[in-house]
Design a protein around this ligand. Structure first.
Ligand code: NAD
Length: 383
């Protein structure tokens, strides 16, 4: 009996150690719908937690918890970097998105989100779609990123691409003393929702583009656009994109593309793109530095979409989103300067800047002000 109690205590300590950096973790269990989900709220210093809900067939509850903890912490930094009044949160639903989804499951999840009374706002992420959140919206107002017909702000790739363009301008300003886009060469990996828009804007500015995409149609589409605009696009094979003679590599497809093997091949002066988690390992930021390649931290560059989602809660306004997205230019320049001054990587400089933002707000906040914030600050417009 004593041994059993000891084991329980140890397990309890383990779990509290694991979530020590987080404010709150909610386990959602609804046998009627089969819902098993974890909502992790990392830090609400800047405002209520914001973060998508991922659905994945996790091998264990532990694996799901770790994902929720890691992703919600990342959201705290993303929100601070984007300069929005939100903190970091994330939810994970344990299940196979192809087999286990039902409207009832998402309505049940919506009820759990609602029970947090505005401490957590959520929407789509890997494995979940807008349709899923249309169901959740029936049970709670604390949802964002839904279709425009339901009061959402629509396609986030528009501000995301705009943010990449501002990031490229800042990079050119820092490296070449002039933020002109047109007189440079860019190597764009991925011509999807974001990459295509970035490519189109760069063509309009008169830039030369190397492009690649695993879908031929996407390449053809930008070639046609180039013809229409009188610009130059040179398609290259997937692997060739890493060793073109471009000035900037613009990854807009998948993560982990900056790794030991690709860094060897890169000849560019900077890496600036929308893809999430571009560095295979954190240390690759330093390896890039050593090769004289400037790295623009991805979560600073691709903040446009997050800015739009956050803006929904004030009543979507495209001009306000664009104004805020423009700030990426100055934020990135500041990070580049700080990294140089303190002899640290741009990733470390970005992290320091975010921590400073959170610390400054912490001094202005007290626990009660924070708890009240969702109620007075956001008048939800969905209903
Ligand atoms: P998308 O799915 O519309 O486009 C991705 C494109 O990359 C597709 O055309 C795909 O065919 C291509 N691709 C995949 N593997 C490739 C490879 N090996 N080589 C070349 N091309 C490849 O996605 P998106 O919305 O344009 O997002 C692009 C990236 O930006 C993703 O990493 C995403 O997580 C990130 N991001 C997007 C947004 C947004 O608002 N859409 C916001 C923040 C971050």
């Amino acid at each position: 009996m004593v041994k059993q109690l000891e084991e329980i205590r140890t397990a309890e300590q383990d779990i509290f150690q694991k979530i020590a950096g987080h404010e709150q973790v909610v386990f959602c269990n609804d046998p009627a719908t089969g819902l098993q989900a974890i909502i992790a709220i990392h830090d609400t210093t800047l405002g209520p937690a914001l973060g998508g809900t991922r659905m994945y067939p996790y091998a264990s509850v532990n694996e799901a918890l770790e994902d929720a903890l890691r992703l919600s912490e990342g959201m705290t930094y993303k929100c601070a970097a984007a300069g929005i009044d939100f903190g970091g949160g994330k939810a994970v639903i344990i299940g196979d998105p192809k087999k286990d989804k039902t409207p009832a499951l998402f309505r049940a999840f919506g009820q759990y989100v609602d029970s947090l009374n505005g401490r957590f706002y959520t929407g789509t992420d890997m494995g979940t779609t807008m349709d899923d959140f249309v169901q959740a919206l029936k049970e709670t107002n604390f949802i964002n990123g839904v279709p425009e017909a339901h009061g959402g702000s629509g396609d986030t790739s528009i501000p995301t691409a705009q943010g990449v363009i501002y990031a490229l301008k800042a990079t050119n300003q820092y490296l070449f003393g002039d933020d002109c886009l047109g007189d440079k060469k860019y190597a764009i990996q991925g011509l999807g929702k974001v990459g295509y828009k970035v490519a189109e804007q760069l063509l309009l500015e008169g830039a030369f583009l190397y492009v690649t995409d695993i879908q031929e149609d996407s390449v053809k589409r930008i070639q046609e656009k180039a013809k229409e605009l009188g610009g130059t696009v040179q398609p290259v094979k997937s692997e060739e994109i890493y060793h073109t003679d471009a000035d900037v590599f613009v990854p807009c497809a998948m993560g982990a593309v900056i790794n030991d093997e690709t860094i060897e091949r890169l000849k560019v002066k900077a890496v600036v793109g929308s893809a999430n988690n571009q560095l295979h390992k954190g240390r690759h930021n330093r390896t890039l530095n050593e090769k004289g390649i400037l790295f623009a931290p991805d979560y600073i560059v691709n903040a446009g979409g997050l800015i739009q989602i956050a803006d929904e809660l004030y009543g979507a306004n495209k001009e306000r989103v664009l104004l805020k997205t423009k700030e990426i230019y100055h934020t990135l320049l500041e990070i580049y300067e700080r990294a140089k001054m303190d002899s640290i990587t741009t990733g470390e400089a970005a992290k320091r800047k975010c921590e400073q933002t959170i610390d400054e707000q912490r001094h202005r906040n007290n626990f009660f002000a924070r708890a009240q914030r969702p109620k007075w600050k956001f008048e939800n417009k969905f209903r």
